[in-house]
Design a protein around this ligand. Structure first.
Ligand SMILES: Nc1ncnc2c1ncn2[C@@H]1O[C@H](COP(=O)(O)OP(=O)(O)OP(=O)(O)O)[C@@H](O)[C@H]1O
Length: 224
């Protein structure tokens, strides 16, 4: 099966307040349709790694590939474009624009990409909301829906540009067990039915156990 995301010997150092080798020889491959989770104690480097994998941090040694294209060394504008088109993000806090409607929030990354007409984007945003079972919320203000619903809107927004991979930093960290399971099931369905790849940082062992593969980190290294 084809590889979507790959790293070769990624190392990262923080230089202040003292030199600190935070990521050590990270080699990861995520296949198309694979659902992987990253676990490890607080401070082991999970978020630092996710920042690099998501192209937001470019200050590292080693190589990062997305769909076999080398991203390391590409300029800021190119990376921003690749990120918007190919990588979807879901965070612990949804970062929806509370004064905007659910539909407007989902449409935003596609408007930013600027490749489709308003009508096309609106149609696709409605389709994403349908996949997540929340199309009835489309015209509601984002501030007037529940936490679990907000997280589903955040997933719909992450899907709008049909990315190759979704990365999540504790996307269920703020949800109760029922909503957390809902989000897991949605992710699983997206992998199985649409061939989407997922890489999710989580502290939730029950969530991680259900993924295809757990990548365990300790002190900046992958240990299993
Ligand atoms: N900008 C920075 N400068 C210096 N050290 C940093 C910086 N950001 C993070 N660190 C340190 O790097 C280490 C890894 O941090 P990181 O946030 O990646 O951990 P984490 O595994 O995601 O933790 P958590 O599970 O608590 O979110 C920690 O020791 C942290 O204190």
């Amino acid at each position: 099966m084809s590889i979507v995301l790959q790293t070769k010997n990624i190392n990262k150092y923080f230089r202040k307040p003292v030199l600190f080798h935070v990521l050590k020889n990270i080699n990861i491959s995520i296949k198309k349709g694979e659902f992987a989770s990253i676990m490890g104690k607080s401070g082991c480097g999970k978020s630092t790694l996710l920042y690099i994998l998501s192209t937001m941090d470019t200050d590292y040694e080693g190589q990062l590939y997305l769909n076999n294209e080398l991203l390391t060394g590409q300029n800021h504008n190119k990376l921003s474009c690749i990120r918007n088109k190919h990588i979807g993000f879901v965070f612990q806090f949804h970062y929806l624009l509370s004064e905007f409607s659910v539909l407007e929030n989902v449409m935003l990354p596609a408007k930013k990409l600027g490749e489709k007409s308003f009508e096309e984007i609106e149609h696709e945003a409605m389709q994403k909301l349908k996949i997540l079972g929340i199309e009835h919320l489309a015209l509601k203000r984002a501030s007037r829906i529940s936490g679990g619903e907000k997280q589903r809107v955040a997933i719909a927004r992450a899907l709008i540009n049909n990315p190759s991979i979704i990365m999540g930093d504790e996307p269920t960290g703020n949800l109760d067990s029922h909503n957390s399971e809902n989000v897991f099931n949605i992710f699983k369905q997206l992998c199985d039915e649409q061939g989407l790849s997922l890489l999710i940082v989580t502290h939730d062992e029950d969530f991680a156990k259900k993924t295809d593969r757990i990548i365990t980190m300790s002190d900046g290294e992958i240990i299993s």
